[in-house]
Design a protein. Structure first.
Lengths: 289, 278
């Protein structure tokens, strides 16, 4: 079965949800016109990234009666999509969230688990961390969503894999850094290395949309990419500029790759669980040895 | 010197050029402007900023302002003229002599440092006036080396609306300048603030940019401790001098602290990017 994925590598207006929503709607129309069935927006695509004290003013709730989600859910009758936003929960905690919308419904919401708070990042100051990594069923198969720093850690993609995800849908607002003589920034090279590694190790599809544009001195490098279960690059957007990149994947590749390379079949999950219990049973060490 | 640790500061110039011109375009246009104003000294830093701004905004949207003092070297004016001609930017020459001399005359014992600071601040006044007249934002020309060393005049040459080259060491400024076609005469001459005759940066600082860039790169970018830099082969007095310069000049790199009284204070817990809403 073929699936046409569109990577919406957009720029955003910092803190102006209405303007960003308009761009989402326009992009959805464009993707639909070109035959895309699944459209992936970047992290915080409805708000911009370095929000700081704007966080409480741009938050919304992924419900049909929300003025931001109502038009998005309507548009999701045409194609499935992942959007990035700030979510305020019923007890007024704020999360960096991704929602998967399909046929007028919110199929799944992921709260960013790993909030980088080091170097140029300050996310934990403004956001609550998510406490779950769960796969969910879509009309294209079982999928899982992660947001940027989530997949800089090895465990969330692993958990999604064990939870049945064959489509790993990643979104980022990754600031470019690490300029040396290479034609790619260190941050871009690093991300693409690990995306390829996850696709290879989990014999799964890895789909990544990263935003572009500038916020003060930070720039976001784009370079959205899809890797197939063989770890091969199936398609890539340009670097540093807005683009809607369409990539057609063949979901039957899962069957072919896993017939050749049964890493999933051979994964010793009971062993992992037993060893994890042993390693983490020492309560004084929350990361093992 | 120990040759074990010789950091390579070389950069990919095409990528730097793409990111920096995009930065200039984004940070000028999102504030509602479409033009840039640059003080062009004839030195390499302002030449590079001018080349980048011309490429980003189109040369017709860039105003290069030459602001000589009567002791400024004629080479500086000529080198600035070369940049204007090659890039095709608009230009203006505003001599600052008649503006700063009356102040100098009121304080006959004024030393070169004070005079230099006054000249740098007068140029800032001229640039910000042109910013209003030309309807453009002032593009900065300070590199990472001089910002770290504090080799700038606060509210003088350090004043700008956006700085495309502030994360490039002088060594990297030279590399990118070469790639962008800045004339050799500008790249090869001894860097100078040209505030008085015979002044050179390296003479005043007491070390070369090539040398200090290597050290700063290890200290700042690679997070070496001063002791590790000494072990890597840098002379201890040099390391101590540079570390202290970076610390002592930090006040030039931040906004003045505001005394906190309320629950929400600008700078501490009133946090927004400048690009807020754009």
């Amino acid at each position: 079965m073929k699936l046409s994925i569109a990577l919406a590598q957009i720029n955003t207006v910092l803190g102006n949800v209405q303007r960003n929503l308009e761009k989402h709607i326009a992009t959805i129309h464009q993707a639909q016109a070109s035959g895309a069935e699944l459209l992936i927006f970047p992290e915080l695509s409805l708000t911009g990234y370095v929000l700081q004290d704007l966080v409480p003013t741009v938050a919304c709730r992924p419900h049909p009666d929300d003025p931001v989600f109502r038009p998005l859910l309507q548009a999701s009758h045409k194609l499935d999509m992942v959007v990035g936003f700030v979510e305020e929960d019923s007890r007024n905690r704020f999360y960096i969230s991704s929602a998967y919308l399909s046929r007028g419904e919110v199929l799944h919401v992921h709260h960013k688990v790993y909030l980088p708070t080091y170097g140029l990042f300050d996310e934990s100051r403004f956001f609550a961390w998510g406490d779950a990594v769960e796969a969910f069923d879509t009309r294209f198969g079982r999928a899982g969503m992660l947001i940027c720093e989530d997949f800089w850690h090895a465990s969330p993609p692993y958990l999604l894999w064990l939870d049945g995800a064959d489509l790993l849908l990643f979104s980022s607002a990754s600031p470019g850094r690490g300029l040396n003589t290479s034609p790619m920034l260190e941050s871009a090279r690093w991300v693409n290395h690990i995306l390829r590694a996850y696709a290879s190790l989990y014999t799964s599809f890895v789909v990544h949309t990263n935003r572009v544009g500038y916020e003060d001195g930070l720039h976001f490098w784009g370079g959205s990419a899809v890797f197939d279960p063989n770890g091969e690059l199936a398609g890539q957007g340009p670097f540093h500029e807005e683009a809607l990149t369409q990539v057609e994947i063949d979901l039957n590749q899962l069957h072919r790759t896993r017939a050749r390379l049964p890493l999933l079949r051979d994964e010793r999950t009971a062993l992992v669980q037993r060893e994890m219990n042993r390693i983490l049973s020492n309560q004084s060490r929350n990361t093992g040895r | 010197m120990n040759t074990l640790t010789r950091p390579d500061l070389a950069i990919n110039v095409d990528l730097a050029r793409k990111i920096l011109t995009g930065f200039i375009r984004s940070e000028i246009t999102r504030t509602g402007f479409s033009r840039a104003v640059i003080g062009l000294s004839g030195g390499i830093d302002s030449a590079l900023s001018c080349f980048l701004a011309a490429e980003a905004m189109g040369p017709e949207n860039v105003l290069a302002v030459r602001m000589p003092y009567r002791t400024s070297s004629s080479d500086s004016l000529e080198d600035a003229q070369k940049v204007i001609e090659i890039t095709g930017v608009q230009s203006l020459t505003v001599p600052i002599t008649p503006m700063v001399d009356p102040l100098f005359e009121q304080f006959p014992d004024m030393d070169n440092m004070r005079k230099g600071n006054i000249m740098a601040r007068m140029r800032m006044i001229v640039l910000y006036d042109q910013s209003s007249a030309f309807n453009g934002l002032v593009v900065g020309t300070g590199n990472k080396t001089e910002i770290l060393l504090g080799y700038t005049t606060l509210f003088g040459d350090s004043a700008n609306a956006l700085n495309p080259i502030g994360d490039l060491y002088k060594t990297q400024v030279r590399q990118l300048s070469r790639a962008m076609g800045v004339p050799d005469s500008i790249i090869n001459k001894a860097p100078s603030a040209d505030l008085w005759s015979g002044q050179t940066d390296e003479g005043e600082l007491g070390f070369t940019y090539a040398e200090v860039d290597q050290l700063l790169y290890l200290l700042i970018d690679e997070r070496y401790t001063p002791q590790e830099c000494i072990e890597a082969g840098f002379a201890e007095p040099f390391v101590r001098t540079v570390v202290e310069r970076v610390r002592r000049n930090h006040f030039k790199r931040i906004l003045p602290p505001i005394a906190k009284l309320s629950n929400r204070t600008i700078g501490y817990d009133f946090l927004y990017l400048r690009d807020w809403g754009t």
